[in-house]
Design a protein around this ligand. Structure first.
Ligand code: SAH
Length: 215
């Protein structure tokens, strides 16, 4: 794994572009400026790593577009030390952004190959989230409640179990919609347990899929 001056230069340009597109949280911009996104893609696709686009990884899935990663992270209003549940580890890139912001991350992936690959890569990069191979619709009741929940695949509806696992005072960011595009929902649970839901624009994600048999 080589992070050349060329990669670093392209990464600085990507950060500049994300600023122009409206990302304001400096911690998010710093994380994107620091993490070599090309490590998360096959080396032959190196040159695409710092373009603001999603890209195919294994199992028919994608590494999310950098703008989407930045915007979702910004919407989480993360503070250091918070417990975050991430649904859809994928390449593990978003996981690293959350870790750079000081979160304790619990991440779930339903594709075995992606779970295995992300585990290996992040260990090499010295990032230490808790990895789970399983179904995001179920969340992680044994580790609940979570200060923040981030869903990185398009959900047909808001999963009830995830709402239950959100701490009072917590925030969940989830793209909801069954077609090609989803509406980004920011769900706030008050200390009394009342939900307030806000829409934050239209995005495009791979679908959040139901149980695989045997899970
Ligand atoms: N944050 C990732 C995005 C990956 S795409 C990245 O930046 O690379 C979304 C991921 O959600 C895919 O890897 C997909 O396999 C996973 N996924 C879809 N449905 C799921 C479910 N029910 N539970 C857990 N993961 C799921």
């Amino acid at each position: 794994m080589i992070d050349s001056y060329k990669h670093q230069g392209l990464r600085r340009q990507l950060v500049q572009l994300l600023k122009e597109k409206g990302i304001r949280d400096q911690r998010v911009l710093d994380a994107i400026g620091k993490i070599p996104r090309h490590y998360f893609m096959d080396s032959q696709f190196d040159k695409f790593a710092y373009q603001d686009m999603a890209f195919k990884i294994d199992a028919g899935q994608t590494i999310s577009q950098p703008y989407t990663v930045a915007r979702q992270t910004e919407l989480l209003e993360l503070e250091k030390g918070m417990k975050v549940l991430e649904i859809g580890t994928g390449s593990g890139y978003q996981t690293c952004v959350l870790l750079e912001l000081g979160a304790k991350v619990f991440t779930i992936e339903r594709q075995k190959i992606l779970y295995e690959k992300a585990k290996l890569l992040l260990a090499k990069m010295n990032y230490q989230p808790k990895f789970f191979y399983g179904d995001g619709y179920a969340g992680l009741p044994a580790f609940a409640p979570f200060d923040r929940i981030l869903v990185t695949c398009g959900a047909p509806h808001i999963p009830e179990k995830l709402i239950e696992q959100l701490k009072p005072g917590g925030i969940m960011v989830i793209p909801v919609g069954e077609g090609d595009t989803q509406v980004m929902k920011v769900i706030r649970k008050s200390l009394q347990g009342v939900l307030k839901i806000e829409d934050q624009g239209v995005f495009r994600f791979v679908p959040m899929l139901k149980n695989k048999s045997g899970m």
